[in-house]
Design a protein around this ligand. Structure first.
Ligand code: PTJ
Length: 266
């Protein structure tokens, strides 16, 4: 296996003892740090990851029922969309490149590089990570990011006219709220993975998965494969009966209950 796409690989993997209780979490940090040194992840991506880790603690570091429900609805939405696109930033490419490529193939959703801290060098590095993980084509690199999302002023406004511009559904993760809001205003459905149920992205998305991308993407891939055999009216029913606000409420209530239980157990 090519260790450059394996969280357990990398040069520092062997420095973290096999039996360390937080080995997985430390290896993820090492992977992000290595890719920051290499240039595809930005230093701000490490800060974003730290914030995510904190919320993951509150979630018990597992995929809870409310997240599983949004994963199912997301699978249905990706299968029912005529032009879904997977938007990839530095952290996503670092954490789950293989699974993103597989998800793209299973859903016919092109992968598009979209960066808050955009520069051509990073675009190319992220494209390379995805291609080494099996992607045939990656949109949003160089001249391809020639279209613009209206009313958006960050570098995230630059999109591919073959990808996000014409997408009916955009799958994204670890994102700032402005673009999610702008995409929804353009009439697109947005699926967002965000460990923070209070973030603007989480609040503005059509479907929010309050979970860690590292757990979500493989689960979403599995559900897409399983749900391919479902009838279209069943998939539509799942999508139409989903209430994102209610799901976010469940996530917050779960965190609050969990904190109370932990406080009582001391
Ligand atoms: O690669 P770029 O240039 O596009 O930049 C990417 C970052 C992540 C730096 C940029 O999008 C950013 O600054 O994001 P924010 O505004 O810090 O938001 C990141 C959100 O993702 C926060 O709400 C975190 O809680 C959440 N998050 C962090 N790690 C994970 C996560 N959500 C799911 N899975 C994670 N592993």
């Amino acid at each position: 296996m090519d260790s450059s796409h394996d969280i357990k690989g990398g040069s520092i993997g062997n420095l973290v003892p096999e039996n360390h209780p937080r080995r997985e979490s430390l290896l993820v940090r090492e992977r992000l740090t290595e890719l920051m040194q290499e240039g595809s992840v930005v230093p701000q991506g490490l800060i974003a990851h730290g914030r995510g880790e904190c919320f993951d603690y509150l979630l018990g570091e597992k995929t809870n029922d409310f997240a599983m429900k949004s994963i199912d609805v997301s699978a249905a939405l990706l299968l029912m969309s005529s032009h879904p696109v997977i938007s990839v930033n530095g952290n996503m490419a670092a954490l789950t490149p293989r699974e993103l490529v597989q998800l793209s193939k299973e859903t016919n959703a092109p992968l598009e590089v979209n960066l808050f801290y955009r520069n051509n060098e990073r675009e190319i590095k992220i494209e390379r990570i995805l291609k080494e993980a099996g992607a045939e084509e990656v949109l949003g690199v160089g001249e391809d990011a020639s279209a613009t999302i209206p009313e958006l002023f960050s570098e995230r406004r630059r999109v591919s006219p073959r990808g996000i511009l014409v997408a009916d559904t955009v799958f994204l993760a670890m994102e700032d709220g402005d673009r999610t809001e702008a995409l929804v205003k353009m009439g697109k459905k947005v699926i967002a993975v965000d460990l923070n149920p209070l973030s603007r992205t989480a609040m503005k998305a059509s479907v929010t998965i309050v979970d860690n991308v590292i757990r979500t993407i493989p689960l979403l891939l599995k559900r897409v494969q399983e749900m391919k055999s479902k009838r279209k009216d069943e998939l539509l029913h799942m999508i139409n009966s989903f209430d994102n606000r209610e799901n976010l409420r469940e996530a917050l209530q779960f965190m609050s209950r969990r904190l109370n239980q932990l406080a009582l157990s001391l």
